[in-house]
Design a protein around this ligand. Structure first.
Ligand code: NFS
Ligand code: SF4
Length: 650
């Protein structure tokens, strides 16, 4: 059968992250390797409008029932309306999205606890943070060993997953006004797992059939993610593996090395990547690599596994989500080690076209055709050595290798603690200088650009267009997840990128020596953004709640259910949140109006959707300017407009 060769350039075929990816994908296509690009081309059945707008229900065997909101003949056989079905489907995105972070948080807590008990090769690295978090949990720290404190903290965190009543400790870190609002609305999560189970229950046929009530529980579940499990994950990971500090490293396909055994770590939880990093330089391992003719082991990351070890160890990232198959199609990867989430099943087929061994490590995530080697933190190093030796064993089977030159310097590692120190000086950390710069208008506000990269849009480009527009308008940008990787590829995570910023932001970046776009970590680390926003509120001068801060968030290329859970907890925290391209409730105007407008009256935050990246940035900027106006700090606007005009003249 004649193969179709796809004549794509990055422009002709959206969804290809960069030039380096284009040329690898083209080669792969010519050799008959099927990647997401071919699968998109091959698909005959196109997305259905009911599915896309959230109004197809298959919750019982009377269906599937497809709804048209204003058509009385198009309601469910059970009588369910479009808004009910769209809300149920939305809830069914929040539940697994939140559950992914929750299960990650649980796994972290288990590793943390066993480490405190001396049963893993990891250690408590950040004692200062251990004490801080222990204080939050009301744990006595004075005169106790770090192991003792950590055991109590691990047990307390773990107990919150199965907790039935009460509230989650992390949620008490939110601004007082926000907590009072959550209390008033009755939306404070009672436990972690409980909120997912209840949400799933409510979506069962014939249960909750009121869209507002369904979104209420979706919110409680999402809050149990952001102000619960994700925050537990971030904080315990920092204590265990170290709180990130700024460091320099590189991203994109060019980080793979021709003369090394390349091992790519992909997925989300940091345990496997940390263990792999711990053994990679062991003399016996290096010797084994040299024996097969390689110079050593080169570890590189993909997705959030990559972000975790990029932030803490400076391990380079080979690619974001959309590049995962491209990384293998270089022919240079001996093994790809994956755990959970965002791992494409297509990897299995791509790996088979090369000498690459695809290895799954979590009992929760297996892939037909992949090798399964289960990872347990108690034996982390033994397993990591085993995995590494397997990769070394594949080196001799390498065929033709094509590693593109493209790689880009990045500065990453901006935890909340780092921002605090960087801006406030080493003696006493503080957000005062940031708040002052927002108040005096040098920085107009803060924009969070987060989430996946997508094959449905000009991948990466959508992120970077939004970010470039924001920084040009003096909006300081915080990034996480694959959005951060896309910005990294584009050079936006370097201090030099301050050149692209408006004059006020540029001045601040140059004074501090920081990039205008700060990489805050993986997607569970969106909890760092919640903490940063809270720190801005607590510092004073910018209102007494997150909804008053001149800030906005977006996920321009979102694709995963996690993105919906994150968006919902951000809206419920008071943020204005813009999603790119599609939104999963548009089949119901009633529900969409609620999420895009009315919800603001309850939570101060709301959703929006926009396809055009420049417009997306402008929507965020308009929101930021409106917040400034409400705070009475609008004066500097003229100067910014003047500066914009000046720049256009240049
Ligand atoms: Ni977030 Fe990170 Fe990437 Fe999207 Fe997937 S890796 S957890 S979900 S695709 S940003
Ligand atoms: Fe149709 Fe109602 Fe069954 Fe859904 S639950 S498939 S709307 S009958």
């Amino acid at each position: 059968m004649a193969r179709k060769i796809i004549p794509f350039t990055q422009h002709e075929c959206p969804g290809i992250a960069c030039e380096a990816s284009t040329c690898i994908l083209q080669e792969a296509g010519e050799q008959g390797v099927k990647t997401y690009v071919q699968r998109m081309e091959d698909r005959v059945i196109q997305p259905c409008l009911f599915g896309q707008g959230g109004t197809c229900c298959r919750n019982c065997s009377f269906g599937p029932c497809m709804m048209i909101e204003d058509d009385p003949t198009s309601i469910g056989i059970c009588g369910a309306t479009a808004s009910t079905v769209a809300a149920r489907n939305f809830a069914r995105m929040v539940a697994p999205g939140a559950a992914a972070h929750m299960d990650h948080g649980r796994e972290t807590a288990l590793t943390f606890l066993d480490t405190a008990r001396g049963e893993t090769p990891f250690e408590i690295k950040d004692e200062k943070k251990l004490h801080f978090v222990a204080d939050l949990y009301g744990i006595k720290t004075e005169g106790r060993s770090k192991q003792d404190i950590a055991i109590e903290l691990g047990e307390k965190c773990l107990a919150e997953f199965g907790q039935q009543e009460g509230t989650l400790v992390m949620s008490t870190r939110a601004p007082a006004k926000r907590q009072a609002l959550w209390k008033k609305l009755g939306v404070l999560p009672r436990g972690v797992d409980r909120e997912v189970v209840e949400l799933m229950h409510r979506t069962h046929m014939g249960t909750d059939q009121d869209y507002h009530n369904l979104i209420f529980q979706s919110t409680r579940c999402a809050l149990a993610d952001g102000w619960g499990a994700s925050m537990i994950a971030t904080e315990l990971q920092d204590i265990l593996f170290g709180t990130p500090v700024p460091l320099r490293t590189v991203v994109n396909l060019g980080v793979l090395r021709e003369d090394h055994v390349n091992i790519v770590i992909h997925g989300h939880e940091p345990q496997v990547p940390e263990a792999m990093a711990m053994v990679a330089q062991e003399p016996e391992i290096v010797a084994a690599a040299q024996e097969v003719g390689a110079k050593g082991i080169n570890l590189a990351g993909v997705c959030c596994s990559g972000n975790e070890v990029l932030m803490r160890r400076g391990i380079p990232i080979a690619g974001g989500f959309i590049q995962q198959e491209v990384v293998l199609a270089t022919g240079a990867v001996e093994a790809m080690v994956v755990d959970v989430q965002c791992v494409m099943q297509g990897l299995s087929g791509v790996a088979k076209c090369y000498h690459t061994e695809l290895i799954t490590t979590s009992p929760r995530a297996k892939i037909p055709g992949a090798t399964h080697i289960e990872f347990h933190h108690q034996h982390a190093l033994e397993t990591a050595r085993d995995l590494t030796l397997r990769a070394i064993g594949r080196f001799k089977d390498r065929g033709k290798v094509h590693i593109p030159d493209q790689k880009m310097d990045v500065v990453a590692g901006f935890s909340h603690e780092t921002i605090n120190h960087m801006l406030g000086g080493t003696f006493r950390g503080s957000y005062r200088p940031l708040n002052d710069n927002i108040i005096n208008g040098r920085i107009r506000g803060v924009g969070a650009v987060v989430g996946c990269d997508s094959c449905r849009v000009e991948s990466g480009k959508v992120h970077t267009t939004v970010v470039r527009e924001l920084i040009a308008n003096n909006v300081l940008v915080l990034v996480t997840g694959c959005a951060a990787t896309a910005c990294g590829r584009d050079g936006l995570l370097r201090p030099e990128a301050a050149e692209l910023a408006g004059p006020g932001l540029k001045e601040v970046c140059e004074t501090v020596g920081m990039p205008p776009v700060l990489h805050m970590g993986s997607c569970v680390d969106n909890s760092r953004i919640l903490i940063a926003a809270t720190a801005i509120v607590k510092e004073g001068g910018l209102g007494d709640d997150i909804s008053q801060v001149p800030a906005a968030g977006c996920a321009p290329e979102w694709m995963s259910e996690k993105a919906i859970a994150i968006g919902q907890y951000c809206v419920a925290s008071g943020f204005y949140v813009v999603f790119g391209r599609t939104f999963p409730t548009t089949g119901s105007k009633v529900l969409t109006d609620y999420l895009f407008r009315e919800i603001q009256e309850e939570y101060g935050g709301m959703w929006a959707v926009e396809e055009d990246p420049t417009e997306m940035a402008r929507m965020m900027i308009r929101h930021i300017e409106k917040a400034r106006e409400a705070l009475g700090i609008q004066e500097e606007k003229d100067r910014v407009l003047f500066d914009m005009a000046m720049r256009r003249d240049m």
